[in-house]
Write a protein that binds this ligand. Structure first.
Ligand code: TMP
Ligand code: ASP
Length: 235
């Protein structure tokens, strides 16, 4: 596998071409942003944690029937993945009220929800990833009805599996964000990452934050928290 030119640089990752047109290399950075890049910083070691953790979780999900972009971990920060066209939706599943849900709806953070919820945001930095419903997604041509049905089913399935895996590690899965991609044959696969950047993880005993909220909210201790999540899940 030969690493070729950089195709893209995002806020937390870079993507490189390879000698295989259907595969790309994702390289995880330690850079952290919050509030659409209003706050910028570094979480030392984050790239390694997110790479290794996301790969381990995606392998577990794939084994349970959720197709993913994951192909092979190359090193601590780099992974070979299938090249996809990202569906421009942030798919957010919640088990417990927190973050924007709590703010928008006036439900105290930490309130358990009666059933898991799912929401879509339009992935567009200039518009600050606005909340939309599935009719908006259809009307704008962001995804087809069939794709939305597939994405919804996968997202709830990921929730069930991920909750269980995290709880075994003494971690409550409060909420998380997924992104999906289209393969050349039109198939939908889970893409992007599953990490403390994209999930709210609370310690099952103390409810301490073990995720990027420590950085977003200037609480501190994010480097230790990321390491702790990796230690609990990967040993
Ligand atoms: P929210 O409560 O701020 O809407 O966040 C919901 C979940 O989505 C939370 O687990 C953090 C994750 N998230 C991202 O992965 N990227 C983002 O840009 C935002 C705003 C949230
Ligand atoms: N999406 C946010 C940003 O771009 C980061 C976050 O809150 O996770 O700054």
């Amino acid at each position: 596998m030969e690493k070729r030119e950089q195709l893209y640089e995002g806020k937390a990752k870079k993507v490189f071409a390879t000698d295989d047109a259907e595969l790309v290399i994702v390289s995880y950075k330690d850079d952290a942003t919050a509030g659409d890049g209003a706050k910028k910083g570094t979480i030392r070691g984050k790239g390694v944690v997110n790479n290794r953790l996301s790969n381990a979780l995606m392998q577990k999900l794939a084994a349970q029937g959720v197709p993913t972009h994951y192909v092979r971990e190359l090193n601590d920060r780099e992974t070979l993945v299938k090249k996809v066209e990202i569906v421009p939706l942030e798919v957010i599943v919640r088990n417990v009220a927190a973050g924007s849900f709590s703010k928008r709806l006036g439900v105290a953070e930490g309130t358990p929800l009666r059933c898991p919820t799912l929401e879509f945001s339009y992935k567009n930095d200039d518009l600050h990833d606005p909340l939309i419903n599935h009719y908006h997604a259809l009307a704008m041509g962001l995804a087809t009805q069939e794709e939305i049905d597939t994405i919804t089913a996968y997202a709830f399935k990921v929730n069930g599996l991920l909750r269980e895996v995290m709880l075994e590690a003494g971690i409550r899965l409060i909420d998380f964000k997924l992104e999906f991609g289209r393969l050349p044959d039109g198939g939908i696969v889970l893409a992007d990452e599953i990490s403390p950047d994209t999930c709210r993880f609370w310690d099952a005993k103390t409810n301490a934050h073990l995720d990027k909220d420590l950085f977003r909210r200037d609480l501190g201790g994010e480097e230790d928290a990321y390491r702790e999540v990796m230690r609990r899940l990967l040993g």
